[in-house]
Design a protein around this ligand. Sequence first.
Ligand code: NAD
Length: 436
Amino acid sequence: MKIAMVGTGYVGLVTGTCFADSGNIVTCVDINAAKVAALNEGKIPIFEPGLEELVVRNAEAGRLLFTTDLASAVKDAELVYLGVGTPQGDDGAADLSALWAVVDGLAPHLKPDAAVVIKSTVPVGTNAQTYARLRELTGRDCHVASNPEFLKEGAAIDDFMKPDRVVVGVRDPKVGEKLRRLYAPFLRTEKPFLVMSPESAELTKYVANAMLATKISFINTMANLTEKLGGDINDVRRGIGHDSRIGFSFLFPGVGYGGSCFPKDVRALEAMFSRAGIDPVMLQAVDVINEAQKRTLLDKINDFYGGDLAGKTFAIWGLAFKPRTDDIREAPALVLIDELLKAGAKVRVHDPEATENVRAAYGDKLSYFDLPLDTLDGADALAINTEWAEFRQPDMNEVKKRLNAPVVFDGRNLYDCTVMRELGFTYYSIGRQTVR
Ligand code: NAD
């Protein structure tokens, strides 16, 4: 099939590349000319494991093209995928201005039998509005489908190539069949291809993210209680996780969720509740708990230093909102950095992939290091925000030697409390008793 993929970010680039890899001809469109120029030179603007090799291979085979010219990409396409950003607007609801700009721009060039497929996460009713807008602009009924994306940054290729399920929302069953053929190469392990109404498909994406965000806020709340009452949240987690109704996934305590999806999608769903006249009390709680959790390491740091952080130096490991990505959007580490700087502390940072994004935002306000151990020289304590694999088993004797004092604030429970005690560390973690 000939496909146009409009919006070449995390989702658009992965989707376009994976469709090209199964033999389709995909033209990726973006308004960011620098991004398109880089991609045309085989340079990948984001870090995502396995993506670069796949982009280069498919581009060299002539199946994956990059352009800023929407018209040329749309005019021959059977499917026009929309993967532009839908960030949080001022009122909490999703800002669809990029999506409408693309819909208006593509309308004059859309082939009569082509389908527009909305991959971006959009509020319920956006498919119907797109359908109405295209009808007004083209004077005919156009196919508009919804195909929300469930991939995780850091494992995006695998998630796309082997999805747990594919969800499509269609008005016309023929469009559903076309999308089923498109996805057939990715569903060979008999994972389901679920066809539903556009409204149900749109809602499915928000409900999935709200459920996951709720699990995180739930376990963080319980961790905070465990910490105060005595006990270890990891033991509690083991105690509940073996119950098959509960399970283990997505129940790791930490410093709160971040990224470009959970925070904005929870708030967009809140806005949908309010518009529907239902009090979004549960989602508000999820959001409030998460915002507080992003400050939990700061609270522990203030506890240890009696609130006086001026002149102290902190080493921070992990800046990305989660491992295996360079994405720092809404990352908890940024909240900690901002507060430490505000309190007059100095901050030395390391992340395996996200350092350049942080440097672009903070410039010379921070010191940046390629190796985690180098952040420790002259630092009064280490704070860990992201559970990158390389932070799990550092040489702790070296950590102790290089820090001014053996103090660790661990936002991801990477280390064993007993071992940290034996090594002589002061060790704060989440939902466990502090080692002093
Ligand atoms: P992104 O910001 O990485 O990429 C969006 C791209 O769209 C950018 O490259 C931008 O330049 C481009 N763009 C904006 N306006 C445009 C226009 N008028 N014409 C052409 N291109 C334009 O965003 P993302 O993380 O890829 O997210 C895209 C959508 O997918 C969002 O709705 C998001 O909620 C959803 N989503 C994201 C993830 C994720 O993990 N990132 C997962 C599932 C769903």
